[in-house]
Design a protein around this ligand. Structure first.
Ligand code: AR6
Length: 177
């Protein structure tokens, strides 16, 4: 198992599945969600709409999946991070659930590789150091406990601050490639 930190636009990453930091409507937005829908095209939105009519969108902390349309991956796993409101509304637990529920879907789909963006650290204003700690702990704990099809997990950081936080946090925990 390899965990890798990289600095990139997640829509360019060639993996089995990329994770989207969506909102509860699943109808797209800005940030990474906007980039994924823009580049992935209408197929993703059409599937999101079907999920909406079936189950009314996606709750915070939960995850659903669609095809990846024109993206170089096979699937998009859409998860909804919490909006940071000072830490009093179970934001930490909910952010952790975004990672573990996405990994559960990856197992269900038998994915070998997955790429996560830094969920909730943009428009949703989750403090970046805390979000990095939760993301890394949640992923490592999950992979240690569960049987998994995954052999590679990427943390894709668009901004340098997140990239540094992830590298610092992972150093000592695992061997970085
Ligand atoms: N590739 C990789 N990372 C990216 C990209 C990209 N193309 N674009 C942004 N990021 P955000 P949130 C990083 O705001 O905070 C949307 O409108 C960005 O630098 O995309 O979970 C949804 O519809 C940041 O570190 O997601 C929701 O309404 C991280 O991705 C809301 O934003 C997350 O930033 C979700 O807010």
């Amino acid at each position: 198992m390899k965990i890798e930190v990289c600095s990139a636009d997640i829509t360019n990453i060639e993996v089995d599945g990329i994770v989207n930091a969506a909102n509860t409507s699943l109808l797209g937005g800005s940030g990474v969600d906007g980039a994924i829908h823009r580049k992935g095209g209408i197929e993703i939105l059409e599937e999101c709409k079907k999920i909406r009519s079936r189950q009314g969108g996606c709750k915070v902390g939960e995850a659903v999946y669609t095809v990846a349309g024109n993206l170089p991956s096979n699937y998009v796993i859409h998860t909804v991070g919490p909006v940071w409101s000072g830490g009093i509304n179970k934001e930490k637990e909910l952010l952790s659930l975004c990672y573990t529920n996405s990994l559960k879907i990856a197992n269900q789909l038998q994915l070998k590789s997955i790429a996560f963006p830094n969920i909730s650290t943009g428009i949703y204003k989750f403090p970046k150091p805390l979000a990095a700690e939760i993301a890394i702990s949640s992923v490592i704990n999950f992979l240690e406990k569960e049987n998994t099809s995954l052999i590679k997990v990427y943390f894709v950081c668009l901004d340098q601050e997140n990239e540094q936080l992830y590298r610092d946090n992972l150093r000592g925990r695992i061997e970085l490639t």
